[in-house]
Ligand binder design. Structure first.
Ligand code: TYM
Length: 330
C-alpha cells in the first residue's frame, strides 16, 4: 500500500482553509493509503503564535479538530511530533546535506523573517524538520495546500542529496510528491490573503452559528457591488468561492445568477452561505463535543499513534545510522 504523510501546526482550532485544503483530503486518503498524520508541535515553537502556557491545550484541541473532521484512528495513525524523538534527530542529520542558499530562498522564511529584528535559526531550518517528518515514514504522497509545495520540493532535494551522499546507489529516502485538492488556497475573510490564523481572517470549524454569521456579515465581496442594484462578478468574489465549497451545485448556480443580475444583495448571499456552512460543520461540532466530553480519549488515541509512529521511524533510523557510519549503541 502506498503511504501518505501530512502534518499540521497546533495553532488551536482548525480553520476552513486547513479543512478544505488539507484535512478533508486526509479523510479521503485514509481508506486508500497507509496514512500517517502528525500534529507538528515542534514546528510550532518557531511560530508567532507559540505560547508555552497554551501549547498543550492547543495540541489537544488540534487533535480534537482532526478527529472530529473524520480522521479515524482505526484507519490512520495520528500522533504528536514531539512524542517521536526521531523527528528531531533526523532533522539534525539532514542538516549535513541541507543547502543554506535554498533555505534562505524559501518564500515562507522570507515572509516570516522580514517582520523580525532577530531571526531564530529555527525559522530557517523549519523545512529541514518538515523533510525529516516526511522522509522518516518513507511517504510517497503528501496532501497539503499550495503554500507547502515549495517546502516539499526541498524535502525531495534533501532526499536526493542524502541518497547521493550515503545511499550507496540505493534509494533509501523516497522523494515525496504533493497531493493538492481543488481548494489548494482558501482566501481569508479579508479577501486579500490566504486564510491563516496569523492574519486573523479565519472561520474556525468549531465556530458557533452566531460567530460564523458575525464573521461573514462584514466580509469583503466584489467592490463593484456598492449598492444592492449594482451587478457583480461572482468569479472575483471570495464569498462565491466559499459557496463552491459549502453549497450544493444548484445553489452555486443561483448565487452566480443573482449576483450577475443584482437580483439579491451581498447580505442575502452571505445568509445562504452561513446556513450551508453551519450545516456542513454541524456534524464536526457534534463529534468534537463528544470527544471533549470523554476525558482521556484523545490522549489515548495519540499515545497509540505515537507507539506505531515510533516503531516505523525506528526502522528508517536504523538504516540511516548504518549508512552514515554511526557506532551502534549496545
Ligand atoms: P499549516 O499548519 O500551516 O497548515 C496545515 C495544512 O493546511 C493547509 N492550509 C491551507 N490550504 C488551503 N488554504 C489555506 N488558506 C490554507 N491554510 C493552510 C496547509 O497547506 C497544510 O497542508 N509546515 C506545515 C506543517 C507540516 C507538514 C509537515 C505538512 C510540518 N511537517 C510534513 C506536510 C508534511 C504547516 O505549517 O502547515
Amino acid at each position: 500500500m502506498a503511504r501518505v504523510f501530512s502534518g499540521i501546526q497546533p495553532t488551536g482550532e482548525l480553520h476552513i482553509g486547513n479543512l478544505l485544503g488539507a484535512v478533508q483530503n486526509w479523510v479521503r486518503l485514509q481508506s486508500e493509503y497507509d496514512a500517517t498524520f502528525c500534529i507538528v508541535d515542534l514546528h510550532a515553537i518557531t511560530g508567532a503564535f507559540y505560547d508555552a502556557a497554551q501549547h498543550r491545550q492547543r495540541t489537544l484541541d488540534m487533535a480534537i479538530g482532526i478527529l472530529a473532521s473524520g480522521v479515524d484512528p482505526e484507519r490512520a495513525t495520528l500522533f504528536v511530533q514531539s512524542h517521536v524523538a526521531a523527528h528531531s534527530e533526523l532533522m539534525w542529520l539532514l542538516n549535513a546535506v541541507a543547502p543554506l542558499g535554498e533555505l534562505e530562498r524559501m518564500t515562507q522564511f522570507k515572509d516570516k523573517s522580514a517582520a523580525l529584528e532577530s531571526i531564530p535559526a529555527g525559522l530557517l531550518n523549519y523545512p529541514i524538520l518538515m523533510a525529516a517528518d516526511i522522509l522518516l515514514y518513507r511517504a510517497d504522497k503528501v496532501p497539503v495546500g499550495d503554500d507547502q509545495v515549495q517546502h516539499l520540493e526541498l524535502s525531495r532535494e534533501l532526499a536526493r542529496r542524502w541518497n547521493a551522499a550515503y545511499g550507496g546507489g540505493a534509494t533509501v529516502l523516497l522523494e515525496p510528491e504533493p497531493l493538492l485538492t481543488k481548494a489548494r488556497r482558501i482566501m481569508g475573510l479579508d479577501g486579500e490573503s490566504k486564510m491563516s490564523k496569523s492574519k486573523g481572517n479565519t472561520i474556525n470549524i468549531l465556530d458557533s452559528p452566531e460567530v460564523i454569521w458575525e464573521k461573514l456579515r462584514p466580509a469583503k465581496t466584489d467592490p463593484a457591488r456598492k449598492r444592492r442594484t449594482d451587478p457583480g462578478t461572482p468569479e472575483i468574489c471570495n464569498i462565491y468561492d466559499y459557496h463552491k465549497h459549502f453549497s450544493p451545485p444548484e445553489t452555486v448556480e443561483m448565487v452566480a445568477h443573482n449576483c450577475r443580475t443584482a437580483a439579491w444583495g451581498c447580505l442575502d448571499c452571505k445568509r445562504v452561505l452561513a446556513d450551508n456552512m453551519v450545516a456542513v460543520l454541524a456534524p464536526i461540532r457534534e463529534r468534537a463535543a463528544e470527544l471533549t466530553g470523554t476525558p482521556g480519549r484523545v490522549e489515548e488515541i495519540l499515545a497509540a499513534g505515537a507507539a506505531t509512529a515510533r516503531e516505523r521511524a525506528a526502522e528508517t533510523m536504523t538504516v540511516i545510522h548504518e549508512r552514515m557510519g554511526f557506532l551502534p549503541a549496545r
